[in-house]
Design a protein around this ligand. Structure first.
Ligand code: AMP
Length: 218
């Protein structure tokens, strides 16, 4: 099954993509994670992407599309994958269709996880990430056992630089302008499914599984 998880920053698409991926045995492809890894390794790509990401802007399509294509072509993606945070622009969506067309496959469903802006701002201000294993916590709804420390690695948790309130506002503006038009795009393809994203992790997960039970894999 080939899926896209679409939604604003803080909608929980990364968390849900990981859970659904584990349940269905599908790799989760996060372009955000690929870019953060490049930044951590101080590669040329990382150097270029850092300032753009810190400002809450989008990394250019001509940089992101080849990254996603390379990952999709890897052998563990042959039977399907979950795209998390990609595509984020119409150009990326069209580029993705072309990549998949060359492989003779299509996207089976797009899960659009809907969450209002106030919830986004609240969630991201409370999000903490383990710099080592990338596990995510929410200080209110899903806190670590020991305050400020990853349960698994015992490493001090961090606030992502782009989760600062002023950057979150910028990301929401970018989301509305560049990414929201994808809802109509995938609706017109007949593969868009809406999921209410404001419940707890388990509730949203169950809604997604309910939607997926109706999806036929191409
Ligand atoms: P995420 O981890 O998905 O929230 O992404 C974090 C940041 O990485 C975004 O705010 C963008 O700056 C960049 N990024 C991730 N995916 C993309 C994409 N598909 N297109 C452009 N920029 C991206």
């Amino acid at each position: 099954m080939r899926l896209i998880f679409l939604g604003p920053p803080g909608s929980g698409k990364g968390t849900q993509a990981r859970l659904v991926g584990e349940k269905l045995g599908l790799p989760q492809i996060s372009t955000g994670d690929i870019l953060r890894e490049a930044i951590a390794r101080k590669t040329d790509l990382g150097e270029k992407a850092k300032s753009v990401m810190d400002a809450g802007e989008l990394v250019p399509d001509e940089v992101v599309l080849p990254l996603a294509e390379k990952r999709i072509r890897e052998s563990d993606c042959m039977n399907g994958f979950i795209l998390d945070g990609f595509p984020r622009t119409l150009a990326q969506a069209i580029g993705l269709e072309e990549v998949l067309q060359r492989q003779g496959c299509v996207i089976d469903a797009v899960m659009f996880i809907e969450v209002n802006d106030a919830v986004v701002v609240e969630r991201l201000s409370k999000r903490r990430v383990c710099p080592k294993c990338k596990a995510m916590y929410n200080l209110a709804s899903d806190p670590p056992k020991q305050e400020g420390v990853c349960d698994r690695c015992q490493v001090v948790l961090e606030l992502r630089t782009d989760d600062k309130p002023e950057t979150v506002e910028a990301r929401l503006v970018v989301y509305r302008k560049n990414t929201l038009p994808l809802v109509e795009f995938y609706k017109s393809r007949g593969i868009l499914r809406r999921v209410a994203g404001e419940g707890d992790i388990r509730t949203v997960f169950d809604s997604i599984l309910g939607e997926l039970s109706e999806v036929k894999s191409g």
